[in-house]
Design a protein around this ligand. Structure first.
Ligand SMILES: [Ca+2]
Ligand SMILES: [Ca+2]
Length: 74
């Protein structure tokens, strides 16, 4: 998701504002975070963090399924 146009290894523009930035990472973060608490999501409980764009990478969201809830970053 979010790397189809262009397929360059960088997040595209999921919020459709014409830019690829931390707002796009925040959109994905919020979508995932909203799944917590739903019974079907219990097997995916884990880490979630959003990262802003830097000189070395674009904005991105870290997701893992470590088995307990963890949050960090901005
Ligand atoms: Ca892309
Ligand atoms: Ca955007």
């Amino acid at each position: 998701m979010s790397d189809a146009n262009p397929p360059d290894g960088m997040m595209d523009d999921p919020n459709g504002d014409g830019k690829s930035d931390h707002h796009d990472a925040a959109l994905l973060y919020d979508l995932i975070d909203a799944m917590y608490g739903k019974p079907w999501y219990s097997r995916f409980i884990g880490g979630l963090a959003k990262y802003t764009k830097t000189a070395s990478h674009g904005p991105f969201v870290h997701v893992d399924v470590r088995g307990f809830r963890a949050r960090w970053g901005q």
